[in-house]
Design a protein around this ligand. Structure first.
Ligand code: DQA
Length: 138
């Protein structure tokens, strides 16, 4: 089992931006914990972050992973390109958010990618990634 953890726009700022919302750990810290979790479960993992919508689409198109765990950041709320990239591949994608997007501003309540994702996990901080990974490993 190979899992791709894909992070979109501004997720590289995790640990440095809006700490009360996203915590103080960097994306690298979080990825290290996820890597340890995957290793314990005998799963391979790959990590990729980009602020560029097209790069995320290409990564989805070219991935050889069995499952993709995607935090698209703000692209979640308006990127039809990302939605179509997810729909264009057979690989199951789980949408994740560290914050509870439904308890925040109105514009975050809408996701244009949910419809083409296997499911959504939102509001559990870094554990949103772990819970999504767990669902592939059950
Ligand atoms: C986020 C929520 C999005 O609304 C926001 O734009 C992000 C991060 C989250 O992980 O909670 O950048 O996806």
């Amino acid at each position: 089992m190979k899992l791709l953890f894909l992070n979109g726009v501004n997720l590289n700022m995790t640990g440095r931006r809006e700490k009360s919302v996203y915590g103080t750990q960097t994306l690298e810290d979080i990825n290290n914990e996820i890597a340890a979790f995957c290793k314990e479960r005998g799963a391979k993992c790959e990590f990729y972050q980009s602020n560029l919508e097209g790069e995320l689409c290409t990564k989805i198109q070219e991935s050889d992973a069995d499952g993709i765990i995607l935090n698209a950041g703000a692209f979640t709320h308006y990127s039809y390109a990302l939605r179509d990239a997810i729909a264009s591949v057979p690989t199951p994608v789980i949408e994740v958010h560290m914050s509870n997007v439904h308890a925040r501003e109105e514009f975050r309540h809408k996701s244009v990618i949910s419809e083409v994702c296997r499911g959504t996990i939102s509001g559990f901080g870094k554990n949103s990634y772990i819970l999504a990974a767990e669902s592939f490993l059950l």
